[in-house]
Design a protein around this ligand. Structure first.
Ligand SMILES: [Zn+2]
Length: 209
């Protein structure tokens, strides 16, 4: 029987876990397409144009939307799928993904920091010199306007160029940080450096005022 045109809409569950029915949806976490048959989590949202699902790779959701994944599993959201997915991971496996993502986040570098150059391919943004592989480099902050907000992105320089770089108004030691606080912050944020390396670094940076 054909649908009545004004038949009330079926109530949509808050969550849906299913294999993607096509490759057309995009993951709201990583912004990449969700390929057909890959597991996805739909989170029901009410938007200005109606109610619908925001899709995430199930694995991306585990990393960034853990509470929702737990709720979806509690609600057995795969029951709502047209075809119940067969390869559903255990919640415990997804929890591992979440924990890994959490650890990575904690290890994320905080500007300012110093580190050994890993590649030999980066250039000092102040002098334009190539930073030799293994040499110490300092990440200062560069204030960048992004969507009406000021963000701080890394501005990589050789230690001897730190003073000169900080003369540029957009270049800052770190977010809301006075240059005089730079050395203390570098010590705090550069855990991969030994004490001797840190001493050498401070000498190479030279006096800042
Ligand atoms: Zn994704």
């Amino acid at each position: 029987m054909p649908d009545e045109p004004n038949e009330p809409e079926e109530i949509q569950p808050d969550y849906m876990i299913e294999g993607a029915r096509s490759s057309r949806s995009k993951c709201k976490s990583c912004r990449k397409p969700i390929l057909k048959d890959v597991l996805r989590l739909g989170i029901l949202v009410e938007g200005p144009f109606g109610t619908g699902y925001m899709w995430h790779h199930l694995t991306c959701a585990a990393k960034r939307q853990w509470a929702k994944v737990e709720e979806a599993y509690t609600a057995e959201a795969w029951q709502h799928a047209k075809e119940t997915p067969e390869d559903l991971p255990d919640l415990e496996d997804l929890r591992k993904l979440q924990e890994e993502a959490e650890t990575k986040k904690k290890e994320r570098k905080v500007i300012p920091y110093a580190e050994h150059d890993p590649s030999g391919r980066a250039k000092c943004k102040q002098s334009g010199e190539v930073i030799p592989k293994g040499a110490l480099r300092v990440a200062l902050g560069q204030e960048v306007e992004f969507g009406g907000q000021t963000r701080i992105s890394a501005f990589l320089v050789l230690p001897g160029q730190v003073g000169a770089a900080l003369m540029t108004p957009e270049i800052v030691a770190g977010k809301d940080m006075h240059p005089s606080e730079l050395i203390a912050a570098l010590k705090e944020n550069s855990k991969s450096l030994s004490d001797d390396e840190m001493t050498g670094l401070i000498e190479a940076i030279g006096p800042l005022d």
